[in-house]
Design a protein around this ligand. Structure first.
Ligand SMILES: Nc1ncnc2c1ncn2[C@@H]1O[C@H](COP(=O)(O)OP(=O)(O)O)[C@@H](O)[C@H]1O
Ligand SMILES: Cc1ncsc1CCOP(=O)(O)O
Ligand SMILES: [Mg+2]
Length: 294
């Protein structure tokens, strides 16, 4: 059992951890993956040039359908036919920002989930200002990023290098809760342990493998997978599904790492293979989810 009180030590002791028996926290969706495979949600993804192919492939592997469309002439139409919208700032341009706003407004108007991945948001002034513009125009359902990205969105300093997060003095829980409160949405902070919160309830998901940090795009893929989990009619709450999406991707990472791969290249392929065969039963048995009480 992990001792989260050590991992998430917060000056002032704002958080402590409620450890569930067997380390698993039962979520209220037992059929999340089945629903994705049955309903085959279309996920409109405006992502970066580095990872578009990987994100499309993980969406297909889990049972969703990807559509990568970026032209401002068509994004509203595409979001109109999709079940979820994923916006990723990885290789942002003024044009793609405009498209993200158009697509985001369309999704909001139709009550469709919008997932924002603020890749490298703290790295440049352009990205910071663009994120601000996005928040002024679009209500996000989920913001998912690494710790330095989420910290940057609440004005907390955190070490980073380009699009990657390094060590930080603050707690990832603290910055996640602050951003969720600020933007009134679900926030997920990825890392060795992922934190998912709506500002009130906080969950820690400890599935995953260190190889996930050795390929580019694992965070972007995670954001795409959230789009698949939120793009279905499931009967369960959004927060549970975002938590389960993290567990599913983390389990896929663990099993891919364990599948006789040779290194990061074959790990990336194995990740897609494992996601393709992952079931709700696997998720129930192997998810390591804990609830953190503030
Ligand atoms: N050291 C690690 N051990 C286990 N899983 C990890 C580790 N680092 C990242 N992951 C997983 O990889 C995915 C992407 O996280 P991360 O690398 O933090 O995002 P990003 O690629 O956006 O920086 C998440 O699902 C996370 O749980
Ligand atoms: C390397 C890089 N540069 C711009 S976007 C990108 C990919 C980032 O992917 P991730 O955040 O999932 O590691
Ligand atoms: Mg990222």
């Amino acid at each position: 059992m992990l001792d989260y009180t050590k991992i998430f030590h917060v000056p002032g002791g704002r958080f402590f951890v409620y450890i569930t028996q067997s380390g698993r926290f039962k979520m209220n969706s037992d059929h999340a993956i089945l629903h994705i495979k049955d309903q085959n949600p279309l996920v409109h993804t405006i992502t970066n040039q580095v990872v578009a192919n990987d994100v499309a492939n993980v969406l297909l592997a889990i049972g969703a359908s990807p559509i990568m469309a970026i032209a401002k002439e068509e994004v509203e139409e595409v979001t109109g036919m999709a079940e979820a919208l994923v916006i990723n700032m990885g290789t942002l341009t003024s044009d793609s920002l405009e498209s993200m706003i158009l697509a985001g407004r369309q999704a909001n108007a139709q009550g469709k989930p919008v997932i924002l991945d603020p890749v490298g948001v703290g790295a440049t002034t352009f990205r910071k200002k663009s994120a601000q513009k996005l928040f002024e125009n679009v209500d996000m359902t989920v913001i998912r990023g690494n710790a330095s990205e989420i910290a940057s969105l609440v004005g907390v300093s955190w070490q980073s290098k380009g699009v990657d997060s390094k060590d930080g003095a603050n707690s990832p829980i603290d910055v996640a809760v602050r951003l969720a409160e600020k933007r009134h949405c679900i926030v997920a902070v990825s890392g060795k342990t992922d934190i998912v919160t709506d500002g009130t309830r906080v969950f820690a998901v400890s599935n995953g493998d260190q190889l996930m940090a050795m390929i580019t795009g694992s965070g972007c893929m995670m954001s795409g997978i959230i789009g698949a989990f939120l793009g279905v009619v499931d009967g369960s709450d959004m927060l549970s599904r975002v938590v389960l999406a993290h567990a599913a991707f983390g389990i896929a990472g663990e099993w891919a790492a364990d599948s006789g791969i040779n290194g990061p290249g074959s790990f990336r392929a194995a990740l897609i293979d494992v996601l393709h065969s992952l079931s709700d039963d696997d998720l129930t048995k192997h998810a390591r989810i804990e609830r953190i009480i503030q």
